[in-house]
Design a protein around this ligand. Structure first.
Ligand code: FRU
Length: 480
């Protein structure tokens, strides 16, 4: 049996042996995508093709740690019900033997094509990096086509995460890079035929104004245009905390500008964090068949107390965010929950005005909408959101997963707080403030038996609560 086949078989055995325990974990999500066993990280190959949404993911089936990643695969027709599909990519070839790392998908000549990074470590532990291709005629079984792009001279082997798109009849690829001076950068490649790729140089750099000393490595770049602007999303590593900014181990955010394709230059503004919560990294977007720019992120951050999470003892770790639509509003990216997510609602359990102090009890899969000015919201005696009206400052506090000490993330809103939408899924919380102007994405390891909700407001707040469905993802769909 060849190595890819053997690895695939081993991975399915792992799923079979662990899936029950994983799904019995009270922290396992009811409507978010999580690994059937092992570790999940970045969203990959996110695309809609022939009506079906495909979301691939970085997956380590053999342990709750990082290593030689597979590409797992979920599909959905409606963005709420998902199915785990057969494994898409297995790290069994010389050019990807230490991991089929992150990448993206395109549609070309009636095929779904995946570009990904082949991660290789030699006998001395030195890294090599290859940008590789795999394709599929049905969207479910993939055949590898090998190395497409080799490492150019100007970068170290920290060179990965190709995102490919088409513009004016040509193909473009951005790659997350580290220059030889150990600065983060984005590399641009161009192709007319998806075979020959030309190196067009560095289009954004940690020391190119308006940025300076902006990290030693940039991961997972993504470029798209939105409302007449070009948006570059990326995940820089090596920033120091700066007041309420950059408080996670690594960041994810964007710059806005104009990409001059013929000149291969990108004039852009300063960096803005896209999410203000504790766990958010490596987002990827696609434009769906309705023309919406939809983002998925990883609800985790590398090296940030990943292995202190209590799900480890049940053999799994991490999950995806919900899918969100991106809009550009007054020069800032807003993230909005998709209308499709309303299909998650199982039962409306509250509707109406609330007193200055509200105390209630809610299910561990719930959606809460609040219109008006909330001053404080405390969920499961664990997560506390407070709003300081004087500074328009919204702050989320929780006990640290390792030592229980309070930790905070904050954000300043452009105006007064007028709306909140919260999605609660066992051990995660996504908060959308003021119609997606600010989003806080976080894991939440509250006592699973705790259902309490406490809200303090100015007494002029309307609230709606829905209990949400608790099993919208099907995890057992692989060949015997
Ligand atoms: C981001 C990342 C990528 C890499 C992948 C490996 O979380 O480090 O740069 O391709 O994860 O799993």
């Amino acid at each position: 049996m060849n190595l890819n086949k053997a690895l695939t078989k081993q991975a399915y055995e792992e799923v079979e042996n662990h899936i029950e325990r994983v799904q019995e974990d009270p922290y396992f999500p009811g409507f978010h995508l999580a690994p059937p066993t092992g570790l999940l990280n970045d969203p990959n190959g996110w695309i809609q093709w022939k009506g079906i949404y495909h979301l691939f993911f970085q997956w380590m089936p053999f342990k709750t740690g990082h290593g030689a990643k597979f590409w797992g695969h979920f599909s959905s027709e409606n963005l709420t019900d998902w199915t785990l599909e057969p494994i898409a990519l297995t790290p069994g070839d010389w050019y990807d033997k230490n991991g089929c790392y992150s990448g993206s998908a395109i549609i070309h000549e009636d095929k779904l094509k995946l570009f990904y990074t082949g991660n290789v470590k030699d006998e001395n532990g030195d890294r090599e990096s290859y940008q590789c291709l795999a394709d599929s005629t049905d969207g479910f079984s993939f055949s590898k086509k090998g190395v497409q792009v080799e490492l150019p001279d100007e970068y170290t082997p920290h060179f990965r995460d190709p995102k490919v798109w088409e513009h004016n009849g040509r193909w473009y690829m951005v790659i997350g890079a580290q220059t030889k001076e150990e600065k983060g950068a984005v590399a641009l490649f161009e192709s007319t035929d998806l075979r020959e790729w030309n190196n067009r140089g560095t289009i954004s750099h940690a020391n190119k104004p308006p940025l300076s000393e902006f990290g030693y490595m940039w991961e997972c770049p993504d470029i798209f245009s939105l409302s007449g602007k070009d948006v570059l999303l990326f995940s820089p590593q090596g920033l120091s905390p700066d007041g309420i900014q950059f408080n996670n181990m690594y960041q994810s955010g964007y710059v806005l500008g104009e990409l001059d394709y013929p000149q291969a230059s990108f004039d852009h503004g300063t960096f803005e964090e896209i999410d203000r919560g504790f766990e958010f990294y490596a987002p990827q977007t696609t434009e769906d068949e309705k023309g919406r720019r939809i983002l998925f992120g990883w609800m985790g951050v590398p090296d940030q107390q990943e292995f202190e999470q209590p799900t480890i003892e049940n053999g799994w770790v991490h999950q995806m965010t919900l899918p969100r639509e991106l809009r550009l509003v007054n020069g800032r990216l807003h993230q909005l929950p998709l209308p499709e997510l309303n299909e998650l609602r199982a039962e409306n359990v509250f509707n109406g005005p609330i007193d200055i102090q509200y105390k209630g009890s809610i299910a561990r899969t719930s959606e809460i909408q609040l219109k008006g000015m909330v001053k404080k919201l405390c969920l499961f005696d664990n997560m506390t959101l407070t709003y300081d009206e004087k500074q328009s400052l919204l702050t989320l506090e929780r006990p640290n997963v390792a030592d229980g000490r309070p930790e905070r993330r904050s954000c300043i809103l452009s105006g007064a707080l007028y709306s909140l939408q919260l999605y609660i899924d066992h051990s995660s919380l996504e908060i959308f403030a003021n119609d997606g102007e600010a989003v806080f994405t976080s894991r939440m390891f509250a006592d699973p038996e705790n259902h309490s909700l406490f809200i303090e407001s100015d007494g002029k707040v309307d609230m709606a609560i829905w209990r949400l469905k608790d099993n919208t993802v099907s995890y057992m769909n692989h060949p015997e």
